[in-house]
Write a protein that binds this ligand. Structure first.
Ligand SMILES: CC(C)(COP(=O)(O)OP(=O)(O)OC[C@H]1O[C@@H](n2cnc3c(N)ncnc32)[C@H](O)[C@@H]1OP(=O)(O)O)[C@@H](O)C(=O)NCCC(=O)NCCS
Length: 153
């Protein structure tokens, strides 16, 4: 992991998550995760034809954790100024292709009920496999369910 990788992720992280839900990770949490050999990240810039060079050019990132042939999507985020332009879709497609190349057979993820990210996950073939009632306690407006999705690669 390079400093640029961490800077690029934090550049997006600091803008992408609504503070009301406390879902953003801090720099130390991300740095610690990226030291683990089974944590993988994809970072993209706004222009699919041009790789990002400066951390401030990063438009979005995905982070996955691999374990015995399965992967968990830990984080997916696109900066607000780059949304609804296919960046999230591109990130997930690249992340899933890389997971498949590592030999993983499934990707799992969990999200707060009502997160519009669900539309993207369903569009890419994820199916709901579970629900944890009231799992997210710190959320605005009371506890929210966690919804679990999976996709076979
Ligand atoms: C969820 C997120 C990553 C989507 O990124 P994005 O770059 O805007 O997504 P895309 O442009 O690739 O969207 C592809 C498709 O997904 C669906 N979609 C994405 N965001 C949507 C939204 N807010 N409402 C409805 N559908 C949406 C649409 O079908 C969209 O296609 P369209 O724009 O042609 O209609 C982004 O909104 C984000 O960073 N949110 C905050 C962080 C977060 O909640 N992450 C998920 C944690 S589980």
């Amino acid at each position: 992991m390079t400093d640029d990788t961490l800077d690029a992720i934090m550049h997006v992280m600091e803008q992408a998550f609504d503070p009301a839900y406390g879902e953003a990770w801090n720099r130390r949490q991300v740095g610690d995760a990226l030291t683990l050999a089974n944590t993988h990240c994809v970072i993209v810039g706004a222009d699919p034809a041009r790789p990002w060079r400066d951390p401030r050019d990063a438009a979005g990132f995905a982070m996955l954790r691999e374990a015995v042939g399965e992967e968990e999507l830990l984080l997916l985020a696109v900066s607000p100024g780059h949304r609804r332009k296919g960046v999230g879709r591109r990130l997930l497609e690249q992340a899933m292709a890389q997971a498949q190349a590592r030999g993983s057979a499934h990707v799992f993820l969990e999200m707060r009920d009502g997160n519009p990210a669900e539309f993207l996950y369903r569009a890419l073939g994820f199916e709901q496999i579970g629900r944890r009632p009231g799992y997210y306690r710190g959320a605005v407006g009371g506890p929210l369910d966690a919804v679990t999705f999976a996709k076979r690669l």
